[in-house]
Design a protein around this ligand. Sequence first.
Ligand SMILES: O=C(O)CCC(=O)C(=O)O
Ligand SMILES: [Fe+2]
Length: 352
Amino acid sequence: MPVAAFPEFPTNVPSHPLLVVDYQSIKNGDEKEMDVLWKAATSLGFWYLKNHGAEEDVDRMFDMGAETMNLPMEEKMKYDQGDEGVLFGYKAAGASAIDASGTPDKTEFINIAKDDALAWPKQARRAYPSTVNDRMESTIIPFVKKSIEINDTILSIFNTKLGLPEGTMQKLHSFDEYSGSEARTIKAPKNLPAERQAIGAHTDFGSLSFLHNRLGGLQVLPPGVDEWQYIKPVPGHAICNVGDALTLLSGGILHSNIHRVLPPPGAQASFERWSQVFFTRPGNSVVLRPLSGESSMIAEAISKLTEEQRAALNPGVTSYDWHSRRVKNRRIRNRKGPETWLASKGMELGRV
Ligand SMILES: O=C(O)CCC(=O)C(=O)O
Ligand SMILES: [Fe+2]
């Protein structure tokens, strides 16, 4: 649906402002703009990104998502992500918990591995519905490649700002190694009760998320604040955020903030809510630990922390273990009790 056809985000609903980063400027090495990015990534960990050039690719991804979600449930379930902690494939609404009591989520996902998009027409990680295969060349590969380029540009700026040896972030997010990087199209039904969480509170598992919202509903709990606040969708602006892997690798300098999804506010609530994300995650074998040996800035940040904080930043697991544990313990079918929800946690820092 064209953006203009949706009612606007209501003017009487407060939202949290985000810094705006101009992608073309950071790509061209504009120091002031890179400072804005750094400020955003080390404070809330969320920012708007304009002039990214992926708008039309995103619209085509929404078409692919609609074609996929319109398939019969039986067909979609042939490509279910399953209960073993696999990210990729279809996730039915209600398959994941949104809280410790095991309340089911309200969103459907189609998750497509970057490894499958890049290996096409070969299969790297798994098979997908025909609606995905049919749009691999026209829609998915262009979106994935553009998203990788954008996130890689941001990662290389963080590499410099963190004082890491050149190419460190690039190596940890190598094009060639299999990873959890993926494109995700999300559908939430219209007319959900106003307070019903569609996606429960979480931090993102990987390094960077490149998110596209047409309607409101995304909320953050900013550091030091007790109330959830909406992030307002702004036409042409992606919402970007830092995930746990970068928090761990940077010794806590980069901030992955918790967020959740509610139904869109006001008149927007009577529309299906679609969102499109690309998640960049480190290579599967990357051990998530502060890169203190590679950066004096990170070493210094770590030296100021308590023993407990330091331990939290050094979970001693690979990127693969980190995201598969988190996905697996959110699956309702794996739930034993509130302890399963706790076992799905990342860097939420006790805030949910
Ligand atoms: O749909 C959104 O706005 C956010 C989705 C999200 O947080 C996620 O998939 O990790
Ligand atoms: Fe998220």
